[in-house]
Each structure stands twice: as C-alpha cells, then as structure tokens.
Design a protein around this ligand. Structure first.
Ligand code: NAD
Length: 481
C-alpha cells in the first residue's frame, strides 16, 4: 500500500502493484508509488480526451484555474518540500524554492497571450491566423527538477486548451503525485491526470493513439526513442535533453570574481542540471589563480542529507548517476587529471559525492566529452579566442554557454558565436518563464517557455473569408447610347 495515489479523471486511484522509491541520502526505500497499468493509462488518456473540448471552449476559465493552481502550489510549498527533498535529495530550502518556482511558472502561463493575427483585410478577403489546442499532451519529466518541470509543461499546455497526462520519473514520482491531487481540486476532471510507473509507462504514453503531442525532458538516449514513437504517428513533440555547456572566461576578467559568480552555475542541484556549466575554459595566464579560487569555494560547500540544517547540496539523486560520476572522475584521474577539490565518493550510506574540480584534463577524456550531470567540473586552459570558440562548439550538445568578461561588447561578440540555444554573458542558468529555453543539436528539439513555448502546444488555423464581389456595373440599355 502507499499514501501516494494517481490522479485519473479527477479521482485519486491506487494501482494493483507499487514500486519502491529510494531516499538518496540513505540509499533505502522509504515509500511506495503506484505502478500504473496499461488499462489505467487508457482510462487516463480517455478522460483527458473527453475533457479536452469543454476545457478548450473556455479560455477565461482556463486562466483563472491556472491562477488558482499556482496559488495552491505556492501555499503548499513548505509541506510538499519535505517529500521532494526526501525523494530527490536536494536541501529542504532548495526543494521549497523549486516548488515556488513551479507556481511562478503556472502563474506566468496564465498571463500568456493567446494571439490572433489578422493577415489580410481588404476588399477581396479577410484572413486571420488563430491558435488552436492540439488535444491530449503526454508530459514526461526527469528526476533532477521533478516539480519545476511540471510548471514548465502543464502551465502552457493547459492554457493553450489541451489536457494533460503527466508522468514523473520513477526515481522521483511522489511530489508530482501529491501535486496531481492538489491541482485536481482546481481543475475539471480529466484535465490533468498524473500517473506513475517505470520507463515502460513512458513508452506506452508516447505510442498511445490518443496523444497529440509529447513534451519530454530527459536524456538524449530516451529522447531519440520518444522521437521515434512520435514520428511513427506524426505526433507533435518537444524534447529538452542534455547539455555539455561551456563557460569561457576572457583574459580581461578577474579570476576570483568569476570563480565566485559562476560557482553555482556549475554546482547548483549538485551539477544535476541540463543547462549547468559542464566545461570551464580559462586563459592560460589566469588558469592557476582561477582554479585556486574555484576549488576553495568547492571545498567549503556543505554537503549532507537534504533535511539537515545548513546543508547546501544533497546527495546525487540515484545510484546509476552516482556510479556514472564516480566512473567519469576515476577515468579522468587514471588518465592524468588532478582533483584540486573532491575527487572521491564519500563513504556511504547514501549517494554523496563532494564538489569536484578537475585540472589536467583535455578533450578525449570522458569527463570533457560526455555529459557528467553531477558535481564534477573540468577546468581547461586555452591560448586564443578562436581556439576556445572551436573547442566550446566541438560537441554534439548545444544547450547553453556563457562568456565572462568586464568588456560586455567583446563578451557578447564571443557569446554570439556559441552554437547553443542560450548564450549568456556574465551569468549562466538565468532562466525565466519569459525566456524561451531549448537546445540545438542533441540538446533538444523545440523550445519551452514564453510565447514561443506556448506555440508548441498549439496548431495554427487560417480563417479565411471571401468578401462579396462588387456587383458588376450593368451595361447601359441600347436606346441610351
Ligand atoms: P531519462 O531519459 O532516463 O528519463 C526521463 C523520463 O523519461 C523519465 O520519466 C523516464 O521514466 C522516462 N522514460 C524512460 N524511458 C522512456 C521511453 N522509452 N519512452 C518514454 N519515456 C521514457 O532521463 P533522466 O535520467 O531522468 O534525466 C537526466 C537527463 O535529463 C540528463 O541527461 C539531463 O541532461 C536531461 N535533462 C534535460 C533537461 C532540459 O531541459 N534540457 C532538464 C532536465 C534534465
């Protein structure tokens, strides 16, 4: 049995079987989540399909429902944060912040404009372009920001007039299940269904005939499978995948200042963030000073269980990711790298790994070429700007990148040459509901957020009306000539 239930057609439902959810700070199962059956998924899809036309018909009701959802989520943030911290590992404060941010995204979605554009209005015709919802959206989220991404996906999907079937990661299903039950109080039955289960459930969703659009955040490998299922039925899809973001420090920057300003761009959420800094490039003459300042900061981070007072960073979220980070760091060390901070996993229990800064690394090492998605960052020297731009772009990924310098114009010029979805100057990870977020190359397909993200949840329809043709001037009668 479990206290956590799915939301299907507005009802709270259990499943015939459950699966264990691990607290990454202990490595032990601390709760159970329902394992959605195929029949239950069909019911969720059917309820979403049935609810959609009425939901689409009432734009004002959609806006006010989203405002109510945002307020409810914000109010419950402190209570929900306890569950989020336990299942995800992040500190309580960070968990609460994530939930409040998700509420902010829901609120921002409620304020987006549903635009109609008049493209022709003359004596021959009137033509306008309107946006229409797609139908049922399958939303699939990962384990790093399980709640924030509910806001990113559910807000615009619902505002556009779609209904949603949402599936959290099996590593972090619990808070999303609670949110399903909370938001059901403010939404008509069927508008938002929340189901939980393993990866197979995701695959059933992406091949389900009732689904018109898939909104997916997760790994590149899974993204490719999602795309294949979507294409087989020509479903619309948006993919937010991984990244290997470069941060480039220019030679006029102050190393200690940049070390301070960019630190959390690399280590927030334990580095488990798609658009975090994953490779740092420093001009050779500034390398040692930067490394010393950056490593000193890493050494001071308070790592521990998310529910302990004063903790800044929790454990890595799951054993698979913990093993990957351990392996990539060990591989770098075996190939000549030096850990100037961290370097070894902490003694158990739990999946703790200290913030790690690696030098003596280069392209060709796994820690540089692959997405580490954890608390270990390689720092590499460079000799000239053309070289570093090439190196920053020499990756299959293209999510974001940043350039750091007091000379803003120069930094902007370099940033503009980065092949990625967002190019920052003197910041990294500055995301907002008004900024479209998405990656190029392997980092994604399509964008989320703002009016650009909203459009991805809609089709356009041209509404064309011919104007009456002017009556022909009759030829004058013969005798008048
Ligand atoms: P994952 O791809 O393993 O899982 C993501 C979700 O997909 C989970 O809910 C999972 O159950 C589901 N899933 C698994 N197999 C599926 C299938 N065949 N069909 C449909 N759904 C399936 O990713 P993860 O390990 O949970 O998340 C980490 C990855 O996500 C990292 O690579 C990270 O970079 C990426 N990420 C990207 C963004 C972004 O916005 N670009 C944000 C967060 C995480």
């Amino acid at each position: 049995m479990t206290d956590f239930l799915m939301t299907v057609n507005g009802d709270q439902v259990a499943a015939a079987t459950t699966f264990g959810v691990i607290n990454p700070a202990t490595g032990e199962i601390f709760s159970q989540a329902p394992e959605c059956s195929r029949e239950q998924l069909d019911l969720a899809m059917e309820s979403a399909r049935r609810a959609q036309p009425n939901w689409a018909a009432e734009p004002a009701a959609r806006r006010s429902a989203l405002v109510a959802c945002a307020a409810a989520l914000k109010e419950e943030a402190p209570a929900l944060a306890v569950t989020l911290s336990a299942e995800q590992g992040k500190p309580l404060k960070a968990a609460e912040y994530e939930i409040v941010e998700a509420a902010r995204w829901l609120q921002a979605s409620s304020e987006l404009e549903l635009k109609t554009t008049v493209v022709r209005d003359d004596q021959h015709s009137y033509a306008e372009v309107v946006h229409r919802p797609l139908g049922v959206v399958a939303a699939i989220t990962p384990w790093n920001f399980p709640v924030l991404l509910v806001g990113w996906k559910v807000g615009p999907a619902l505002l556009a007039g779609n209904t949603v079937v949402l599936k959290p990661s099996p590593y972090t299903p619990l808070t999303t299940l609670l949110i399903g039950s909370l938001l059901a109080k403010h939404l008509p039955p069927g508008v938002l269904n929340v189901v939980s289960g393993g990866d197979e459930l995701g695959s059933w969703m992406t091949s389900h005939p009732d689904v018109a659009k898939i909104s997916f955040t997760g790994s590149v490998a899974t993204g490719k499978k999602v795309a294949a299922n979507a294409v087989a039925d020509l479903k619309r899809f948006t993919l937010e995948l991984g990244g290997n973001d470069a941060a480039i420090i220019l030679d006029d920057a102050d190393p200690a200042t940049v070390a301070k300003d960019m630190f959390w761009g690399a280590f927030i959420n334990n580095g488990q963030i798609c658009a975090g800094i994953k490779r740092i490039f420093v001009p050779r003459p500034l390398h040692d000073e930067f490394v010393a300042a950056f490593a000193a900061r890493a050494g001071k981070v308070r790592v521990g269980p998310g529910d302990s007072e004063g903790v800044q960073v929790g454990p890595v979220q799951n054993k698979m990711q913990f093993d990957k980070v351990t392996e990539l760091v060990a591989d770098a060390l075996a190939n000549g790298a030096t850990a100037v901070a961290g370097g070894l996993p902490s003694e158990g229990p739990g999946y703790f790994f200290p913030p790690t800064v690696l030098t003596g690394v280069k392209e060709g090492m796994r820690i540089v070429d692959e997405e580490q998605f954890g608390p270990a960052v390689p720092v590499m020297p460079y000799d000239d700007v053309e070289e570093v731009i090439d190196r920053a772009n020499a990756t299959k990924f293209g999510l974001s990148g940043s350039v750091w310098s007091p000379n803003i114009e120069r930094a902007q010029e370099v940033a503009a040459r980065l092949d990625c979805g967002t190019a920052f100057v003197n910041d990294h990870l500055a995301l907002g509901p008004d900024l479209p977020f998405g990656g190029i190359k392997w980092s994604g397909y399509g964008v989320e957020n703002g009016p650009w993200g909203l459009e991805e949840f809609m089709n356009i329809q041209v509404r064309y009306t011919a104007r009456p043709k002017p009556a022909k001037i009759a030829a004058p009668p013969e005798e008048d000539k």
